[in-house]
Design a protein around this ligand. Sequence first.
Ligand code: HSE
Length: 432
Amino acid sequence: MTYNIGLLGLGTVGTGTAEILLNPDGRSPLLRDIRIHRVGVRALNKPRTVDFEPGVLTTNLDAIVADPEIDIIVELIGGVERARELILAAIAHGKHIVTANKAVIARHGDEIFSAAQTAGVYVLLEAAVGGGIPIIQPLKQSLGGNRIERVTGIINGTTNYILTQMQDEGAAFDDVLAEAQALGYAEADPTADVDGFDAADKISILASLAFGGRVRYEDIDRQGIRNISPADITYAQQLGFTIKLLAIAQWSTAQNSLHLRVGPTLVTNHHPLASVNGVFNAILIDADPLGQVMFYGPGAGKGATASAVTADLLNITALLQSEKLEDGLHPLLTCTHTDYCPITPTEAVETRFYARFLCGDRPGVIGHLGTCFGDHNVSLESIVQIGYHQDQAEVVVVTHDVREGDFHAALDAIHGFEEIDDIHIASVFRVL
Ligand code: HSE
């Protein structure tokens, strides 16, 4: 059974999604059942990195959402009003929706989900928060046995990049912003990111899932990062803190209500979110009885976001298929594997090694070790005599990535040195 999708938008994420769908080898076998039927673009003659069959590209997005041959609409045009219009039209035509658009969901989610409920279609949005990090599905399913107490996220990569640079370079906000814009990490109009609107959209979506209710965007206490000075960062560091733009949704049992905020926040350097740097995102969930769990990864970008879009497509496809399969089993919940995975023998694995030797402190020992590793094709990153252990010299070696078989052959040869009989291998570990 093949399902047709209509892709609205062929920008970075649209292109990444098409690349996955058109190259399914090694990925979920269900991807072969998803066919790109139409792709809606602004201009037909723009150079593209993906080739489609003639007639697939069109500038008529309204025709795509009404096309009776299409089962799922993937909305990747961004923005609010036009996206809302197309999503609602697609729902009215009985299409399932996959979207990466946090702004349209945060602001018009009530209308969109009510329409979807009436029409009996799904609206999935894994790509809307945290880019490639799976967080929507875990909140809906995997964590469902818990009471969520708090969601704390670094969910805007642009601001996290700016704050990381300000901290590492001691630079001012305006200078780092200009640099981020030149590198393409920040938009020409950075308002949505640096003033916290993007993070507010995202925390409203997470909160809604975590706490089981709709959230009004205007109820979020929102502050951006424009007012953070290098002095604040320095003083925070001296006190053992890192400044992060945190988006927090916190349930108060005493007040039986939710508080939502986005704003610069000092976190202690030991906190798991303190080491989330650059454009990376992370979401920390406090849950009962689970405790703390953190989701970390690339919060934006072509492949990462396309990965999340594809996850939603797989979920809908599996559901549609299970309704029609004879056994009725959901393809993502059953085990369909019958073959064994091919296994790489340990001696063929490439890895780095650490080895510590105890040996006599005489001329030529380090030379012998180096020669022996070299003879067996083992390239060394470092070899140092560190100290003494009970009258013996301690020599520590760290290799580059080498074939495990070669490394052990070199150790065997070292062990069998005739010239040096007092060399002992004290310890050997792999280095990641
Ligand atoms: N502008 C967003 C960010 C990426 O900087 O994290 C898309 O959600």
